[in-house]
Design a protein around this ligand. Structure first.
Ligand code: ACO
Length: 325
């Protein structure tokens, strides 16, 4: 019996040119390169230029993913874009990307699950492709967190960066074998009791302003590893895969200590972890597709590899996915 799977045809990314180093940040707030590197693993991050937006970066990443997949934008009938920093309160940034790509058919909408957004968007696109209603999807993570930061708060402004990443998925009928490519499972979780530990203190229906990011860093850190490893175990149980089957661990890039702590608890060796947080900082929903594009471009990730993706962020939300590239 065949199975309908969402198979990755290609991926791409976009990073703004402007590099903001720890040394430069140390000239603006009371911090140091040593403190930032030791606590987070971050050396530098990218910052969007004045004219650049979440939508414009998403379009660049989408174009790069389409080129990598060798398909025309007209072949896409679904765009799911994960972001917490949309261009406008509405319409969805995904429709701006749709228009930029010249697509006038199908559907485009945004998903908001903060740092877990890309995995939530992947789950949404995968489910819709499996219904048979859509054939090919662009799944995008794009963020301009630099515009949400309080640049006087040293505890948060050193952590985040801007960028975008995208993958192209296609629904395919496959033989139903263990080596079949595509998304094997996506597991999603949230617990709103933690909503005030990482949030933005503004919004259209509360203050009427955009607001700034606020975070109880220690509380986020305290929950992160346990939540991540729990949802990853769920993904293993759902598929019968084990940690020994994993070729690449592509985590959300929030903090090197959270990545290493999760990998250690799961038993994943350092040489199987894709790390970009040192160069990108935390780009929230964009971090996983940016990391995928990085490791595909330098040929670490190859067709047929089994990938474990995971993320945890504001809400709290957390999620994991297993996919064969
Ligand atoms: N430079 C220098 N000192 C700083 C800085 C800074 N940039 N930021 C905070 N400090 C100081 C604090 O003021 C505090 O000083 P005090 O002891 O005199 O009061 C001291 O450093 C320790 O502060 P903590 O917040 O306890 O530092 P901690 O060791 O927890 O590290 C960090 C902070 C890096 C934010 C950590 O809590 C963390 O990684 N949390 C996870 C949160 C995260 O990654 N969030 C990203 C978004 S969520 C997600 O994507 C999962």
């Amino acid at each position: 019996m065949t199975v309908r799977r969402s198979v990755v045809l290609g991926c791409g990314s976009y990073l703004p040119n402007r590099v903001l180093t720890n040394a430069e940040l140390a000239g603006k707030v009371d911090t140091s390169d040593e403190w930032i590197v030791q606590r987070t693993g971050i050396h530098e991050r990218r910052i969007a230029a004045p004219g650049e937006t979440t939508g414009s970066m998403a379009t660049q990443a989408a174009r790069s993913a389409l080129a990598h997949a060798h398909i025309d934008a007209q072949a896409i009938d679904l765009i799911v874009l994960a972001t917490s920093t949309p261009d406008n309160t509405f319409p969805a940034t995904a429709v701006a990307v749709q228009a930029d790509l010249g697509i006038t058919h199908g559907a485009a909408f945004d998903v908001q699950a903060v740092c877990s957004g890309f995995v939530y968007a992947l789950a949404t696109a995968d489910a819709l492709l499996k219904t048979g209603a859509f054939s090919r999807a662009l799944v995008i993570g794009s963020e301009t967190f630099s515009r949400l930061l309080d640049w006087t708060d040293r505890a948060t402004c050193v952590l985040f960066g801007d960028g975008a990443g995208a993958v192209v998925l296609e629904a395919q009928e496959l033989p139903g074998k263990r080596e079949d490519r595509g998304v094997l499972t996506v597991r999603l979780r949230s617990d709103g009791r933690h909503k005030s530990k990482l949030y933005v203190d503004g919004g259209p229906s509360s203050t009427g302003t955009v607001g700034h990011l606020r975070m109880e860093g220690r509380e986020v850190f305290r929950h992160a590893v346990a939540m991540i490893t729990d949802v990853v175990d769920d993904a293993f149980k759902a598929t019968g895969m084990t940690v020994a089957d994993i070729d690449w661990f592509v985590p959300h890039q929030a903090n090197k200590r959270i990545i290493d702590g999760s990998a250690h608890k799961l038993g994943i060796p350092p040489n199987k972890i894709v790390v970009t947080v040192d160069r990108h900082g935390n780009t929230s929903a964009a971090s996983i597709p940016l990391a995928l594009a990085d490791a595909v471009a330098d040929r670490r990730i190859k067709r047929g590899d089994l990938l474990l993706l995971e993320a945890m962020g504001g809400g709290f939300t957390w999620a994991a996915a297993l996919l064969r590239w």
